[in-house]
Structure formats: C-alpha cells, structure tokens
Design a protein around this ligand. Structure first.
Ligand code: SF4
Length: 307
C-alpha cells in the first residue's frame, strides 16, 4: 500500500467539486463509518497527517511484493530484510517528509527494526518459497448497476493448477475483534465480486494475513450468495452517497474511531465547524488508477480496528 501518496489540496469552496461514480473498499468503508468523514476526504479533500504505522505498512507491503521477484529458495527472512533499506530510501526520495517519521521513531535503525519484526512474523505464517503468485499489486475494476465503477488493489492473487483463485491481503496491524471482522471481510468480498465479474470465476478463498498482534491468517470461502449480497450492499451505499451529495447532508457518526480521525477539530460532533460545502457534480469515473495511485494508507488506518 502506498502511504507516500501526497495529501490532495483542499478544494476551493466557490468551485464545483466532481464526485466520480466510483467506490473502492476504503472509500465505501469511510462512508459506512461516518458520512462526514467521507465528505472531508472525498469532497473537501482535506489533507491528513502521515502515520508512522501506515508508512511502515507501506514499506512492508512493498518488500513482500518484491520478495517474489527472487527465485524460490532465496525468499528468506534475511533477503526480505535486505530489501528493506533500498525500498525505504526510494520512499524517502519520493517524499522526504517521511524521514521525520523515522526520526520520531528513534532513527532509521529503530524504524527499520520494526519492519524487520513484521517481516519475520510473515515467515512464521507462510513459506513464500512454496508459492508463485499469479499477480501482485493487481489493480482490479468493474462496473455495476447504472455505471458505478468498483475499483481497488489486490495485494496478491494466487491461481491453483485447477484455476481456483485465492485473494490475499496483507495487514500490518493485528486481526480485528469480532465487532470489526466484517469490515475486513467486506473489503475481501468487494475484491471477490470484482474478480468474479471480470474473470467469471468466484474466488475459492479470501485470505487475510495479519502480521501485527498475535499474527494470524484469517480465511473465508465466499459463495455466489455472498457476492450478490455484497453487490447489493455496494449499490445501496452508492445510492446513499449520491443522496447525501444531492442534499448536501453529510452526517457525523461519532464512534471510538473518532480518536483516529484527523478532522475532529472540524467536526460538529466535537464542537467544530466544517468548511463551506462546495457544489458537488457527480461524474462518470474513468477506468484508470485513481489519482496518484492507491488510496492512502492513512485513510485506512483511521477506520482500522483499534483493538
Ligand atoms: S471525528 Fe468522528 S464523527 Fe467527526 S468526522 Fe471524524 S469520524 Fe466522523
């Protein structure tokens, strides 16, 4: 995941803002968590501070992607650790501000040690020498209903000799508690729906690899009923988003996730005043990678399970 994406510039309230007819799992999750949070991110495009945990997550994701460039037998904890420094240097070259995060964490060495620890946990869960992923960092997209574009990035797609698909997502946080499990699975079912629509095959397995906390693998085998329900859910979400945009009503939905929200000072639920609401025009979305790349990890961290 790419935490190095720069925060977008806040909008000029006097100009109309376009709202593309598109949803990623992160943005859908934002709206489910708090419609006002969705507005702050998608309509107002307010900047958010970079998070150390999210940036380390981006670093680890990039190394796990590159690890499979190495031949089988050479995908070891040592070779993974060797990939860390050059990857970190590339990230800092793209965004020198990231260096401050490492300094706050006690310098480069301490910073990278945290990433090494996550990679070691990965090797306890899986042997990458026994895998040959079909795809890594795969951009997937499809349209449903009246043209809503569903899009996102799949960390890894494994294809068995019989054609069965396994969708894999790495999480550098810990596995969520039962109350938040559905949110992680929603993301995976969203990807499964897109893959089913584009490849004509329902993925046999959805696999979340949690590297934080107790580090564990969580799997789910979806069926057609699951994916049809996911499609209805996403379509209903988009109807609600469109209605909010037409009415200019973006409800605050306070929860304990507010402690991770960068926009609390502007939130009426906490005595704040949001910026003037611009006019919103809903437009068709292009089937390309949105913005500079992937949704920001910082965005995902705010809605992550704090357990
Ligand atoms: S502080 Fe909470 S209620 Fe307010 S916008 Fe952020 S997530 Fe929503």
């Amino acid at each position: 995941m790419d935490a190095t994406e720069t925060s977008p510039s806040p909008v000029n309230p006097t100009s109309p803002v376009t709202l593309p007819m598109a949803l990623s799992p992160s943005r859908a999750s934002d709206f489910m968590t708090c419609p006002l949070l969705f507005r702050f991110r998608v309509i107002d495009k307010l900047p958010e501070r970079k998070s150390a945990a999210a940036t380390r997550g981006t670093l680890v994701h990039a190394v796990l992607e590159r690890l499979f460039d190495l031949p089988t037998g050479e995908r070891t904890p040592t070779s993974a650790a060797d990939l860390l420094s050059p990857q970190w240097e590339r990230m800092v070259a793209d965004d020198p501000e990231l260096k401050e995060l490492a300094e706050e964490a006690g310098g480069d060495e301490a910073w990278l040690a945290g990433a090494v620890n996550l990679l070691e946990r990965y090797f306890r869960l899986e042997d990458p020498n026994r895998l040959e992923p079909a795809e890594r960092e795969l951009f997937v997209h499809t349209r449903i209903g009246d043209g809503l574009l569903l899009r996102g990035f799949v960390d890894r797609l494994d294809v068995a000799p019989d054609g069965a698909l396994r969708v894999v997502d790495y999480k550098t946080g810990r596995a969520p508690g039962p109350a938040y499990e559905g949110k992680a699975l929603f993301q995976m079912k969203f990807y499964a729906l897109v893959l089913w629509k584009t490849r004509g095959v329902i993925p046999r397995r959805l696999q979340l690899i949690y590297l934080g906390g107790e580090s564990q693998i969580v799997t789910y085998d979806p069926d057609e009923r699951d994916l049809r329900a996911t499609e209805r859910k996403v379509a209903a979400l988009w109807t609600a988003i469109r209605a909010a945009a037409e009415r200019g009503e973006w409800r605050a939905n306070p929860s304990r996730l507010c402690d991770w929200c960068d926009h609390k000072a502007l939130c009426p639920a906490y005595g704040g005043t949001p910026p003037a609401l611009p006019r919103v025009e809903v437009v068709e979305a292009a089937e390309t990678v949105p913005g500079h790349g992937r949704p920001t990890v910082a965005a995902e961290v705010v809605v992550a399970d704090p357990d």
